[in-house]
Design a protein around this ligand. Structure first.
Ligand code: NAD
Ligand code: DAU
Length: 378
């Protein structure tokens, strides 16, 4: 079926993987990558698909209601996959207003333009979909209450190592009450509520997913894994927040993109799906793995860069543990992660080492100033 789909934030990390998947898999669709190209947007992430006849890039701010309404009319848009956002927690602590503007007002602007356009059509909402990509951080933080030696209720298919053990007895479910702590997660929570309100109030066919931490190629090197790979390569200090004991639940980005494809096409309207691979790691364990992998792939003695680890002041309001229960998605739509974590990390490290130019382009200029403001003087 010919479809016309806008993917917002398609020049960012996850968005670029989603755009690539859709452009390659659905040559009959019209795929429009809508992105403002903030510091996090990079068209070099999509070099391999930019010439495809079913792909188009539009530079636009999601807060520009008029421009987006016009685009919907011109392109007869019937699907929106919304990833554009300010996404970095540390930046949200320094500058919460930008997060409220983009994540809350921007999402509301898209919803309202979609509503006006779709309601103006004879078939109205039939065959339409507004898919909002959210995060597990909206649920707050979980306890680390698993006593030593006690078997967890879940094990993962995503990791072959001992680290896959869950660090607590509770998991985020689709029914878990929202309890965001950072300005970033508060803004994402607010946008999730607006999306659900557009379904409940106007009958818009929406769907929301909440995913755990992603890793993989094309992630902006302010996030833990690419930042540390780059720093190890250049033998710069590795700023570990607090004691490095916070737990995150990691998913390879292409597995997230596959889930988005499945849910966009087969997910039930008005439902929420959690996405994650039951793959919890303490930061410090992941950092050790990344150091050993970089060292090995660079031909250094494995572990020789462990002394780059530098414990720094903790992130304000640092959430202790995230752990997603994605059984609903696995059970109802048959999705499961495709990669074991060790393989995903190896692939990821290899990609950043092989793509030094991509990293160098980003980490020069403005980024240097940002890095100084974050870590300078520590
Ligand atoms: P990212 O920061 O790498 O990319 C965000 C993209 O949005 C960039 O291309 C940027 O230019 C664009 N953008 C920002 N403000 C915009 C605006 N006002 N108008 C138009 N475009 C704008 O983010 P990411 O890590 O790829 O995350 C994508 C989405 O997935 C976000 O909504 C995030 O909350 C969610 N998410 C991320 C993760 C993760 O681990 N990275 C996990 C779960 C959910
Ligand atoms: O859980 C999903 C979320 O994952 C997404 O919604 C966010 O967009 C994404 O940025 C990510 O948030 P985190 O805050 O978990 O990711 P980050 O890479 O910033 O940090 C991962 C962990 O590593 C976290 O516990 C903080 C810690 N950390 C991070 C950085 C950048 C450090 O110890 N040192 C660092 O320099």
């Amino acid at each position: 079926m010919k479809r016309s789909i806008v993917i917002t934030g398609g020049a960012g990390f996850i968005g670029s993987h989603v755009v690539r998947l859709f452009v390659n898999k659905y040559p009959e669709y019209n795929i429009i990558n809508l992105d403002k190209l903030t510091y996090a947007g990079n068209l070099a992430n999509l070099k391999d698909v930019e010439q495809c006849p079913n792909y188009k890039f539009v530079r636009m701010d999601i807060c520009d209601f008029e421009a987006f309404y016009q685009l919907m009319q011109q392109e007869k848009v019937d699907g929106i996959i919304h990833l554009a956002a300010e996404s970095h927690v540390d930046r949200s602590i320094k500058d919460p207003f930008t997060f409220a503007r983009t994540n809350v007002m921007g999402t509301l602007s898209l919803l309202q333009a979609a509503k006006l356009y779709w309601e103006s059509l004879p078939e109205k909402y039939e065959g339409k979909r507004f898919y909002h990509i959210s995060t597990d951080e909206v649920y707050g933080a979980l306890e680390m209450d698993r006593p030593e030696g006690v078997e967890p209720p879940f094990t993962t298919t995503a990791s072959s190592s001992e680290h896959h053990l869950a660090y607590g007895s509770e998991f985020f479910l689709e029914t878990t009450k929202y309890n965001p702590h950072s300005p970033y997660s508060a803004s994402k929570a607010s946008s999730d509520h607006f999306v659900r309100a557009y379904h409940d109030t106007y009958g818009m066919p929406t769907v929301v997913t909440n995913c755990s931490n992603n890793y993989g190629p094309y992630q902006f090197p302010e996030k833990l894994i690419p930042l540390f790979i780059n720093n190890i390569r250049h033998r710069r200090p590795l700023p570990v927040y607090g004691k490095g004991e916070n737990v995150r639940d990691w998913l390879y980005v292409e597995d997230h993109a596959r889930a988005i494809d499945l849910i966009f096409h087969k997910g039930t309207v008005a439902e929420t799906y959690n996405i994650g691979g039951f793959n919890e790691w303490k930061n410090i364990d992941i950092i050790h793995t990344v150091i050993r992998t970089v060292d090995r792939l660079l031909g250094r003695a494995e572990g020789e860069d462990l002394d780059l680890i530098t414990y720094v002041t903790d992130r304000l309001g640092h959430d202790a543990r995230y752990a997603i229960d994605s059984s609903k998605l696995q059970r109802e739509l048959g999705w499961e992660p495709s990669l074991q974590f060790e393989e995903g990390i190896e692939r990821t490290v290899r990609w950043y080492l092989d793509n030094e130019e991509w990293l160098a382009n980003i980490t020069s200029g403005e980024y240097e100033k940002y890095y100084e403001s974050m870590y300078g003087g520590r």
